[in-house]
Ligand binder design. Sequence first.
Ligand code: AMP
Length: 222
Amino acid sequence: MNLILLGPPGAGKGTQAKRLEERYGLVQLSTGDMLRAERASGTPLGKKVQAIMDSGQLVSDDIIVDLIAARIDRLPKGKGFILDGFPRTQPQAEALDAMLARKGLKLDRVIEMKVDEMALIDRIAGRFSCAKCGASYHDRHRRPHQEGVCDACGAHEFVRRADDRPETVKARLSTYRELTAPILPYYRAKGVLRTVDGMAPIDQVAAQIETILESPGAAPNG
Ligand code: AMP
């Protein structure tokens, strides 16, 4: 089963991708995480994309397509994946089709996570994560049980993404509206697009996605 989670920044794609990894044994492929890892290791690519990412713009299609192609190529045979944050433009969507066709793979579902933009700014601007294990938190909605201590691993250090500042979030949302939302009709026409209410609580969103994946025509284990 190969999926795309599609939605604006802060829609909860990463959170749901992690759940799907656990539930169905799929692999999350997040282009944002890949780019952040390049930056953290100080690679030439990481340096090149730094300013673009921090301004809320998109990295060029060529760079992203190469990055994701290399990851898809390395997947163990038969292992399904969840694309999180890719594709984000029409050329990326078309490059993905070509990539999958070359490897004899198909896209089973594209799940659109629909959310209210005003709520997103609040969601994103308050989020932070554990510097050690990556567990995610929010200033108002999900604080650690014990102040300053990660619930998952007990670490004491937390980080915030540089591009989660409100002004950058606005730029990322308009990038989504202008370049990414227009690829929805492409997937609708292919008959693979399904929509969930991303404003619902995390468990309910997960349940909506499971219902979609377990309905006829989508086989999680197939
Ligand atoms: P994300 O974590 O998915 O919100 O991605 C963080 C940033 O990485 C984005 O704002 C872009 O600058 C860059 N990025 C991630 N994925 C892509 C992509 N598919 N195409 C272009 N830029 C991307």
